[in-house]
Design a protein around this ligand. Structure first.
Ligand code: NDP
Length: 484
């Protein structure tokens, strides 16, 4: 419900008092409307322009503000100010989304959830644009638009069809790990507070001595993992399509603030080459036994947005936004996202999207030589110099922020990752084997529920993949599908 306000004079966008907002200006009581009713024209024209381009992925979302508090010292791994001392607090915005559905789609569908956080640090914004899964379907972004097309509406019928996704997955075995997670119970979280968030990609930390570490981020829910069973999710999708959005808003409104513990996994730079997994392959986790979780701090969501469009729809996250002490890795998916996210926001919001209040830094100020462009609504740099080098005190770069060099070598070519034949099957098999018996059965049933709708040849290819991950996993799916 709208907030009660002190009554103000209604005006046009130019601030001119409006005398009547209920009847339009007409030539006589039953006559046509006059073009000079500027208030009416402006009202209709602005209404026509209320929608901005919807995100092509992650369109449906809930968001909230909160606080990140450091509880453990990790300054030997990173000099990022956000982790500078125990007790330090940083304001955060979180946006939690489904991936495939449109902005009005139901919350309780089986889908990966976006878990995007903007930390307003004193050295600029850190956007941790993760998911509720530690992996993804593909490890090379050149496949991304094709994969996402399989999650969207059929180009001819405009309704959703299960065949394209299984057709794609059956030919891209690296997807098996994420497919297993998606069709497990965690594929439909019971709410945002009840799921984990993962940075998913490998990133890097750089410490004060300019040493580099590879890092993975894990936000583990303090509310416990809770998921919806398929029947309940289907019922809610019909009766309350905004169930998860509403749940988060209402919990925060009544002071029941959801919390996550942030852990990191740390790999010294030199260990990457010899590690048994490619540590930059987004379809793999680093097993906890190899790289244990190190506790860092607590994320709490404690403030609802004052206005959804201003605070959540216009929020723009980009994994390229990392403050000093946090940086990138050679992960091919991350490398592409460093370009694609800001590019999407320039299309959605315009060249000055980082100036919008929700996106602008809060712990510091932005100073640069970017000028003009659509909707430049701040002072546009005033009379300060708009070029560099200049002799008039314009902002300057500081070499103290240089990262240590990253050793790279190799021939420029297109490389398909091939290390061992079974590499893409081991971790999905491990996951299947760690699930309790009831969850294994539901996983099989969820897969069969979708796979039974697709052509036999695709089912056969998929069963071979499941079988390679775990013989029982494959055999149970084959049996349910009536395949040998
Ligand atoms: P571990 O036994 O050390 O870790 C198992 C992890 O699996 C848990 O910590 C938990 O991660 C996750 N898990 C537990 N139950 C479920 C479930 N029902 N559905 C999905 N994930 C679950 O083994 P490994 O580290 O070797 O991992 C084994 C498999 O677990 C991996 O192949 C991967 O599929 C999955 N996994 C691993 C993660 C990792 O970072 N190593 C993270 C998440 C899943 P969490 O506490 O993060 O929920």
């Amino acid at each position: 419900m709208a907030d009660k306000q002190e009554e103000k004079q209604l005006t046009t966008a130019a601030g001119i008092p409006v005398d009547d907002n209920q009847t339009s200006l007409t030539a006589g009581e039953r006559g046509p409307t006059l073009l000079q009713d500027h208030h009416l024209l402006e009202k209709l024209a602005h209404f026509n322009r209320e929608r901005i381009p919807e995100r092509v992925v992650h369109a449906k979302a809930a968001g909230a503000f909160g606080t990140f508090t450091v509880t453990h010292d990790i300054t030997n791994y990173t000099k990022a100010k956000v982790f500078a001392e125990i007790g330090k607090q940083t304001e955060v915005l979180g946006r939690f989304s489904t991936v495939a559905g449109e902005k009005g789609s139901a919350d309780t569908v089986r889908d990966v959830r976006g878990f995007a956080l903007k930390f307003y640090t004193t050295e600029g914004n850190w956007d941790m644009v993760g998911n509720n899964t530690p992996t993804f379907f593909i490890r090379d972004a050149i496949k991304f638009p094709d994969f996402i097309h399989t999650q969207k509406r059929d180009p001819k019928t405009n309704y959703k069809d299960d065949t394209p996704q299984w057709d794609f997955w059956s030919q891209v075995p690296e997807s098996l790990h994420q497919v297993t997670i998606l069709f497990s119970d965690r594929g439909i979280p019971a709410g945002i507070p009840y799921m984990n968030g993962y940075g998913s990609h490998t990133y890097s930390f750089i410490n004060g001595a300019l040493e580099r570490f590879w890092v993975k981020f894990h936000f583990k829910t303090q509310q416990g993992i809770k998921n919806l069973m398929q029947d309940e999710a289907d019922r809610l999708a019909g009766s309350d399509p905004d169930y998860i959005t509403r749940q988060l808003f209402e919990l925060i409104e009544r002071g029941d603030y959801p919390k996550w513990t942030l852990y990191v996994q740390i790999m010294p730079e030199v260990e990457a080459e010899a590690y048994r997994w490619n540590p930059f392959d987004l379809t793999k986790v680093w097993p906890h036994g190899d790289y244990p979780l190190i506790e860092v701090g607590v994320l709490e969501l404690n403030r609802n947005p004052a206005n959804y469009f201003a605070d959540v729809e216009q929020a723009a996250f980009s994994p390229a936004n990392v403050p000093p002490g946090i940086s990138f890795s050679p992960c091919k998916m991350l490398q592409a996202r460093l370009f694609a996210y800001a590019d999407a926001h320039r299309y959605r919001l315009g060249a000055n999207f980082e100036r919008l209040p929700v996106n602008a830094p809060r712990g510091t100020e932005a100073h640069n030589y970017q000028r003009d462009g659509h909707m430049r609504f701040d002072g546009n740099g005033g009379g300060s110099p708009n070029y560099e080098p200049n002799s008039f005190g314009g902002p300057k770069a500081n070499p103290a922020y240089k990262e240590p060099p990253l050793k790279i070598s190799g021939d420029a070519a297109r490389y398909e990752q091939k290390r061992s034949v079974d590499e893409d099957y081991i971790q999905p098999g491990n996951l299947y084997r760690l699930l309790p018996a009831g969850e294994q059965t539901r996983l099989v049933n969820n897969i069969v529920g979708s796979l039974k709708k697709v052509p036999r040849a695709i089912q056969e290819k998929m069963v071979k993949h499941f079988h390679r991950a775990d013989a029982q996993y494959g055999e149970r799916i084959a049996k349910e599908l009536g395949l040998t």
